[in-house]
Ligand binder design. Structure first.
Ligand code: SF4
Length: 349
């Protein structure tokens, strides 16, 4: 098999998290990546032909093992002289402060923070470990928002992962405006998977998505044109992601996707508790080069549909919500960027 020109490798630092969001599909096993495993990942990356690398620092909550985040980052600097490497951190933000934000800025991270908008929406489904303690959940939201603000103050490239449910969809636009006012451009709107979407909620989702276009039009009039490109790229990336969730293809079709678990297992796509076993393609201790790994014939979402990991009505809702999302984002793109082709030039960074 020809060696890929781009790898997207997600390292799962731990399955554990200090939060318990109702819609989370991570297993919450108390497994943490060890320094030896980080070194083994670096060894494999070093031995693999120097293709471009997008390295995702994932969890659970990766900031719970901050020393290992730093260790992997330092190792990437050592092996990075002959290849382009991007670093991406997914976090709930509760363990970020000015010092960590400065570290992320210095090392060129893109950061995605899980925040659904204002406190009243966020705390509907995102809880503390002890789900009954609403005060602690509210306090955690304050820490997420503080973490987000620390990132923005340090000028870290930051996106928001906004999960939307049938119960919160009516507040989608106001939450989006709230996050845009914090300084965000890239809003990853994720219709919840595994909770019901009645027809009236879909109608509301449609109306709220349509309302995004005039908001961004107004925003474009107010900011420097340099920032328009960030918005353009973020919309394209979300159209791609919707196609992945519909089950059409990989999220990044031009990249080889690998996910490395804290126990060293290697998956061919992003696993969740249901798809976990079906996606295993190897173990970091059993290979010497990433090109030895077999290609995965089906993505996580395709397996989810093929093997009916959820009830039929849930699978139908996943397709319906993501088709709607793709349709409205594509229309939005046409209105906001009528003269620009729908492609991202990755060589431009
Ligand atoms: S913050 Fe993320 S990893 Fe943690 S429980 Fe929520 S969705 Fe899951």
């Amino acid at each position: 098999m020809a060696a890929p020109t781009r790898y997207q490798v997600s390292v799962t630092f731990t399955d554990e998290c200090n939060m318990r969001c109702v819609y989370c599909t991570t297993a919450k096993r108390k497994v943490f990546i060890t320094p030896q495993r980080i070194d083994r990942v670096l060894h494999l990356l070093e031995r693999t032909a120097p293709a471009s690398l997008d390295l995702n620092f994932h969890g659970g909550e990766p900031t719970l093992v901050w020393e290992q985040v730093q260790r992997l980052n330092a190792g990437l600097h050592r092996i990075g002289s002959d290849r382009r490497i991007s670093r991406n951190l997914c976090t709930n933000g509760t363990h970020l402060d000015a010092q960590r934000a400065a570290f992320l800025k210095e090392n060129g991270f893109d950061v995605r923070v899980s925040i659904d908008g204002r406190k009243s929406t966020h705390t509907r489904f995102r809880f503390d470990r002890d789900r009954r303690d609403l005060d602690r959940s509210a306090a955690l939201y304050d820490r997420t928002l503080a973490g987000l603000r620390a990132l923005i103050a340090a000028d870290v490239s930051t996106a928001a992962n906004m999960v939307v449910t049938a119960e919160t969809v009516g507040a989608l636009l106001s939450n989006a405006v709230f996050l845009i006012r914090q300084g965000l451009i890239h809003l990853v709107i994720s219709p919840v998977v595994g909770m019901p979407w009645p027809d009236e909620a879909l109608v509301m989702f449609d109306a709220q998505l349509r309302g995004m276009t005039p908001i961004w039009q107004k925003w474009m009039q107010q900011v420097s044109p340099r920032r328009h490109e960030d918005l353009r790229r973020s919309i394209l990336s979300e159209i791609d992601r919707a196609a992945y969730c519909i089950g059409e293809r990989m999220n990044q079709p031009d990249a080889r996707i690998l996910v490395i678990g804290p126990d060293g297992r290697i998956f061919g796509d992003e696993p969740d508790v249901r798809t976990d076993k079906a996606l295993v393609i190897g173990h970091i201790d059993e290979i010497e080069d990433l090109t030895e790994l077999p290609a995965l014939p089906r993505t996580a979402f395709q397996l989810m549909y093929d093997r009916a990991f959820y009830a039929p009505h849930v699978l139908r809702d996943v397709r319906r919500t993501h088709r709607l999302l793709r349709k409205r984002l594509t229309e939005m793109y046409g209105v906001l960027f009528p003269h620009q082709p729908m492609v991202i030039d990755r060589s431009a960074g």
